[in-house]
Design a protein around this ligand. Structure first.
Ligand SMILES: Nc1ncnc2c1ncn2[C@@H]1O[C@H](COP(=O)(O)OP(=O)(O)OP(=O)(O)O)[C@@H](O)[C@H]1O
Length: 224
């Protein structure tokens, strides 16, 4: 992709995530090749059989490619090349199938963990407001273990969103939720992605997740 195309994609939307001429290899074997531009608020769905490289793609995007893998290609986030930037400076949020909340911290403590520095009173107000917006008003001081699976998923979502990421990656984020909860949580997550105009990539095995995302779907192929 040419530079001017990246620029026009970013100008038409407030944010964008560009994967430019990626070739991912395990040892010498090509696992996948990809060129994608994801505009703010759009969700790119990645599907494919086990072992086709879905998690490896997310690992590359977050700068955590395991030993034995190599990659050529670049990542641009809002026009800035981040390919060689350290993982913790990339401003990419990650949502997994497990909420991965810290059991020794309260709900508020979990959410504030990755928030940028701001005055304590302001931080408290921001968290309370965010909790209300996702139907969890007043649960600041609860411990994560006392919450239902759906409530934990919403806390995990807020922890990611309030860290102010510039893009978000979803790794089978709804697969542990039962059908009703899956739909509700999915709707909430997608709403928030669109509201915040974040470019997003979702890995899933579930066609209903892909349909609900209403974006482009790519299928990877097994190389084994
Ligand atoms: N840490 C690792 N070390 C060596 N090989 C790995 C490692 N992680 C994954 N692989 C291999 O790399 C290939 C891609 O794996 P990857 O986990 O990206 O696939 P996936 O599509 O995410 O699979 P799944 O749907 O099962 O999560 C597979 O052949 C896998 O066995």
């Amino acid at each position: 992709m040419q530079k001017h195309e990246r620029t026009s994609a970013a100008m038409a939307n407030t944010s964008s995530l560009v994967i430019e001429q990626l070739t991912l290899k395990r040892q010498q074997q090509v696992l996948l090749s990809l060129n994608e531009t994801i505009a703010g608020g759009d969700i790119l769905t990645v599907m494919g059989p086990s072992g086709s490289g879905k998690s490896t793609l997310l690992n590359w995007l977050t700068g955590m490619l395991p030993k034995g893998f190599s990659a050529s290609g670049d990542i641009y986030l809002n026009e800035k090349k981040i390919t060689d930037i350290a993982s913790h400076q990339r401003q990419i949020g990650l949502l997994y199938q497990d909420p991965l909340l810290f059991p020794h911290l309260t709900v508020a403590g979990n959410i504030s963990f990755a928030m940028p520095a701001e005055a304590k009173a302001q931080r408290k107000a921001t968290i309370s407001q965010a909790l209300s917006q996702v139907g969890l008003a007043g649960l600041e001081q609860r411990c994560p273990q006392s919450l239902s699976g759906g409530q934990q998923a919403r806390v995990a979502l807020l922890r990611v969103l309030l860290s102010q990421p510039k893009a978000i990656l979803l790794d089978e984020p709804f697969s542990k939720l039962d059908s009703q909860l899956r739909q509700e949580t999915r709707q909430l997550v997608f709403e928030q992605i669109r509201q915040h105009k974040l470019p997003a990539i979702m890995v899933t095995h579930d066609q209903s997740d892909a349909d609900a995302a209403q974006g482009k779907i790519i299928s990877l192929f097994s190389v084994d």
